[in-house]
Design a protein around this ligand. Structure first.
Ligand code: HAM
Length: 429
């Protein structure tokens, strides 16, 4: 038994895991760039009030899961590790006067989040999200754009059978009447609720809808849903969103009890699931509109929408389907003369300088053993350095096809790029 282990609920991401995580990060960056999102990084910790105010005091995330940090010297817990990026990004939007930029502002980030949750499959205390936020557009067209991007991401990552669960949770005009109806119904069943949920019924009744407690879930089966309470403006917004999604060929599953676990949402709320795995802890990601959040940070009312995708869960779905991408070198430089490691190293260095993922066999062993090593590393090509090098040539061997031909060293980069284009390697598709 080793003396130290990674803290409960955290994992070391070893090189084999990192191939997947990096691939998913690269995919996020690539799609964000195509869709016009600018990268942003906010601190991993913030004033706790940013989360308390933004996410809501009576939510699981703030009440039970916030990693609070004692400030050295004073002993008070002034800061907390970020449980999610949206509140911090909105704080930054306000702090840096981003409302003066052309609106909407499209922002994206990728990184670790921290929640002091009870660890279990797909639920960690440190986990990663790919997040996008569009601030300054009331929708509904942009809502469809954001949802399409979330779906595109998980599909491009290679997750099959993804389903979109969609709801409108109304706004300040219509939600109070729904909340009153919910409270009335749940109060009639208060004796069946555990203490925490009974307190929630008084403090923040909507949170009951995403309870993790099985007894409360059973009571909720008969609870009223928000559909019939939406005001005309929220109904129009939702209908128009559905029409925009239909135009993009997206058919959501209506989820009238979906309210999400954070308080800041208004109108559009959505989650992505892999079909057949729709449990509490299995959302691959989720998001929604939060038209009231920026105002809570002291700026004028500014509509916004975004999502966070759970990278750990997406990686898990890929691993379950054995689709996880791995990082392979495109080419391994091997040689007929075991001791000519300098030639192999030089050629691999030149290829890398030209942007080719290449490695060299640096152990002075026989060519046969070197080729076995190249195949084991998952390389598609072996470049065999031999006597032809005097004439400026090497052998290019396609390890999958088992074919080999002579190539001028001067043409090697172009030849590898061309041959590699048909293989596609090294990152999530
Ligand atoms: P969220 O639903 O709390 O939303 O988290 C988004 C996703 O992060 C979840 O669907 C899940 O895949 C993943 N996730 C959450 N907690 C854990 C955990 N303990 N372990 C592993 N994965 C987890 C948000 O965070 C919002 N900020 C999304 C958003 C952005 N809404 C508007 N803009």
């Amino acid at each position: 038994m080793p003396k130290f282990q990674a803290p409960r609920g955290t994992r070391d991401l070893l090189p084999s895991d990192m191939a997947v995580y990096r691939g998913l990060e690269t995919l996020g960056r690539r799609l964000a760039a195509i869709y016009g999102y600018q990268p942003i990084e906010t601190p991993l910790f913030e004033d706790s009030a940013v989360f308390e105010r933004g996410i809501g005091e009576a939510t699981d995330v703030v009440e039970k899961e916030l990693f609070r940090i004692k400030s050295p010297g004073s002993g008070d817990e002034r800061w907390a590790l970020r449980p999610e990026p949206t509140a911090g990004i909105c704080r930054a939007y306000v702090e840096h006067g981003m409302h003066t930029l052309p609106q909407p502002v499209r922002l994206t980030t990728f990184g670790p989040m921290f929640r002091y949750d009870r660890p279990q499959a797909g639920r960690y205390r440190q986990f990663w999200q790919f997040d996008v936020e569009v601030i300054g557009d009331p929708g509904p067209a942009v809502d469809a754009e954001v949802i399409e991007l979330a779906l595109r991401y998980v599909r491009d990552a290679g997750v099959a059978n993804v389903e979109l669960h969609l709801n409108s949770i109304g706004d300040g005009a219509c939600r109070p009447a729904y909340v009153a109806a919910l409270v009335e119904y749940m109060s009639g069943h208060a004796k069946d609720l555990p203490d925490l949920e009974r307190r929630r019924l008084a403090a923040n009744p909507l949170r009951l809808l995403d309870t993790k407690d099985a007894r409360t879930q059973a009571v909720l089966e008969g609870a009223p849903t928000i559909d019939s309470y939406l005001c005309p403006a929220c109904r129009d917004h939702f209908d128009s969103l559905l029409a925009h999604l239909a135009r993009l060929g997206i058919e959501p599953r209506r989820a009238p009890r979906l309210v999400r676990g954070l308080d800041y949402y208004t109108r559009t709320a959505f989650e992505l699931y892999q079909r057949g795995a729709e449990g509490q802890q299995s959302a691959l990601g989720g998001g929604g509109r939060y038209d009231g959040l920026i105002e809570l940070f002291g700026a004028r009312p500014t509509p916004a929408i975004g999502f966070g995708l759970g990278i750990d869960r997406i990686a898990g779905a890929l691993a379950a389907a054995e689709k996880a991408p791995t990082m392979y070198p495109v080419a391994v430089v091997v040689g007929a003369d075991p001791s000519a490691t300098d030639l192999r190293l030089k050629l691999a260095t030149d290829l890398r300088a030209a942007g080719i993922a290449a490695s060299a066999e640096l152990a002075p062993r026989k060519l046969g053993r070197q080729l076995e090593g190249a195949a084991r590393d998952g390389a598609h090509f072996a470049i065999v350095v031999g006597d032809e090098l005097d004439a400026g040539q090497v052998q290019l061997r396609d390890l999958e096809a088992g074919t080999q031909r002579v190539v001028n060293v001067a043409d090697l980069v172009r030849e590898l790029e061309r041959a590699h284009a048909s293989h596609r390697h090294g990152e999530a598709r």
